[in-house]
Design a protein around this ligand. Structure first.
Ligand code: PGA
Length: 249
């Protein structure tokens, strides 16, 4: 009942020329996809990507957005700027931003509110570190991260957001959560949303898995009842690999 959403997170890869090449290679491979397909490209490649995406259903995404409308925020981009560039989705609170750029649950929430108010679909990343899982705090942590990220949104707005459950220890490491681990933790996130906002909302929210998702493990993960898609890093940089993930069924 929830349309799966597969998003590529290109991170700091692919300038304009390579972005256009990758998209042109990808387009014919995913044209029959049942899933919503998104590519989150570096900002410098928005224009080239937008042009290359013409005539396809693939959506353009960004990797971050600032919460203010404009002003003295060197290096940041506003919601309006992203929209003018043709962006429809934006990753918010990726663990790399939390780890290297001081992103907190509170700034994630500000960015989510700004994105939603401006009509962008946020892909909100949550997930535990290895030591947090080992200490038994995964459920409490992802619940807390999710609830703070969503605070201030209306039930109708929450239905439209995308959450990406990305265990930090699985990102870029080749380690993946097992199908059951991923399904269980995503179930915890959905249950937390249900308790606060009701079943009508929690049934609608799409929750992805992310962390070394690839052509080999996608089928097993996507067969789980709670998993509505994936946020793909490494495997999104090769058209053939990403297409296999997109066409998982
Ligand atoms: P990965 O990255 O697929 O390379 O592990 C996922 C992500 O960081 O979103």
């Amino acid at each position: 009942m929830r349309t799966p959403v597969i998003a590529g997170n290109w991170k700091m890869n692919k300038g304009p020329k390579e972005a256009a090449e990758l998209i042109n290679e990808l387009k014919p491979l995913v044209k029959e996809a049942r899933a919503t397909v998104v590519v989150c490209v570096p900002a410098v490649s928005f224009a080239a990507a937008k042009t290359a995406l013409r005539g396809s259903k693939i959506k353009l995404g960004a990797q971050n957005v600032h919460f203010k409308e404009s002003g003295a925020f060197t290096g940041e981009l506003s919601v309006a700027m992203l929209k003018e560039a043709g962006v429809e989705y934006v990753i918010i609170g990726h663990s790399e931003r939390r780890q290297y750029f001081g992103e907190t649950d509170e700034t994630v929430n500000l960015r989510v509110r700004a994105a939603v108010a401006g009509g962008l679909t946020p892909i909100i990343c949550v997930g535990e570190k290895k030591e947090q899982r080992e200490a038994g705090y995964t459920d409490a942590l992802v619940t807390y991260q999710t609830m703070i990220a969503l605070s201030g949104l209306s039930a109708d707005q929450i239905k439209k957001v995308i959450i990406a459950y990305e265990p930090v220890w699985a990102i870029g490491t080749g380690l993946t959560a097992t199908d059951e681990q991923a399904n269980e933790t995503i179930g915890v996130i959905r249950e937390a949303i249900r308790q606060k906002y009701g079943k009508r909302v929690s049934d609608k929210v799409r929750i992805q898995y992310g962390g070394s998702m690839n052509p080999k493990n996608v089928k097993g993960l996507m067969a789980q009842s709670e998993i509505d898609g994936g946020l793909i890093g490494g495997a999104s940089l090769k058209a053939a690999d990403f297409a296999q993930v997109v066409n998982f069924d």
